[in-house]
Design a protein around this ligand. Structure first.
Ligand code: BMA
Length: 341
């Protein structure tokens, strides 16, 4: 079911979905929410898979896998996941030490990748028994990751800028404030900076959920920003809650009533904590069957945003929490969607 209409700056790729469960060398029911970067002579993607059968989905058996591509459309998946349960627990042991009981850590998911001076930075969400945390790691080969930072709970959807700004690393993130937001799921996008990627500070509110006219609930950063002459162009997701509608989910004992759409904003080049403008309409909302139907229908979750030398931009997104899709458009058309705030 499509509820929100989309602006026409992006075209869905004819090969969509570009990554689907038959492409994955391990058992899974879905492959989605991917981070994508240019890597060596081609492209690399870190993606999430959830397990279980359609009739008995198990979204907590989550793995993160790696795929490589020469053209950004056809992907080959590495045989082994980068993170499965065992590897995640081993990797995070130092962080949690002896206090980690059997099920303290649930999963690592929703990866985003930023390349800064030939080093890949991974931002991820981490579900723990004591809250959701955002993490940052770095790697020279995309398989062996050095953990740099894990935020306090409740935080998620971190993405890093592709270069230092005023000498500092910069990230966007999305905490979950509840008390003074009246218990509503109305969460905003924040910005912070760091010298070394380990210690983060200067947290500032960047975009308020209520500034996004095409959402009525939380928003969150999408993919790492693209540097343009006009500013940092960056995607975000916005949620529209439709309490009266069931948008469809495989989980049989639940209804799903949240539509996720992609939005676009432009941040000041020298002072990225200043929003220049945002798109008035969603950049992309669910229309294609692989977006409207799946584990959770009508979810567009952008995680990759890549500028090509020919003026085109690729946006990779998780569709319906089930597959990875690609849409393309001209950078100048995307910039023309931005209206001053
Ligand atoms: C968010 C996250 C994403 C997911 C989205 C839609 O809160 O859990 O991983 O894609 O919901 O279900």
């Amino acid at each position: 079911m499509s509820i929100t209409s989309t602006q026409q700056a992006l075209t869905r790729h004819a090969s969509n979905p570009v990554l689907d469960t038959p492409d994955i060398p391990w058992d899974c029911m879905s492959v989605f929410n991917a981070g994508v970067c240019k890597w060596q002579d081609g492209y690399a993607m870190l993606f999430r898979t959830d397990s279980g059968a359609k009739e008995a989905p198990d979204c907590y058996q989550t793995r993160v896998g790696l795929a490589r591509s020469a053209d950004g459309v056809n992907w080959t998946v590495d045989k082994e996941p980068v993170f499965n349960m065992a590897k995640m627990r081993e990797w995070l042991k130092a962080e949690y030490d002896e206090r980690m009981d059997e099920d303290e850590l649930a999963r690592i998911y929703d990866p985003r990748i930023t390349v800064i001076e030939d080093m890949a930075y991974l931002c991820f969400a981490l579900d723990t028994k004591h809250g959701i945390r955002g993490g940052i790691a770095r790697s020279e080969n995309l398989r062996d990751w050095e953990l740099l930072h894990i935020s306090l709970p409740e935080n998620r959807n971190m993405v890093m800028f592709p270069e230092r700004v005023n000498g500092k690393l910069v990230r966007l993130d999305r905490p979950f404030p509840l008390y003074l937001r009246g218990g509503r799921e109305s969460f905003d996008i924040w910005i912070s900076d760091s010298e070394d990627g380990k210690y983060w500070g200067n947290h500032k509110l960047l975009l308020r959920a209520e500034e996004v006219s095409f959402g009525n609930a939380k928003i969150g950063p999408g993919a790492p920003p693209i540097k343009t002459e006009k500013g940092w162009l960056t995607t975000f997701h916005a949620v529209l809650s439709h309490p009266d509608k069931d948008l469809g989910t495989w989980a049989t004992n639940r209804t799903w009533h949240k539509e996720y759409v992609a939005g676009l904003m432009l941040l000041d080049l020298k002072n990225p904590s200043k929003v220049i403008g945002i798109s008035e309409q969603p950049l992309l909302a669910s229309e294609a069957p692989y977006e409207t139907e799946g584990f959770r229908g009508s979810v567009i979750f952008p995680g990759g945003f890549i500028a090509e030398e020919n003026g085109m931009v690729k946006m990779y997104y998780g569709a319906a929490d089930t597959v990875v899709a690609l849409a393309e458009g001209k950078l100048e058309d995307l910039l023309s969607l931005i209206k001053p705030v």
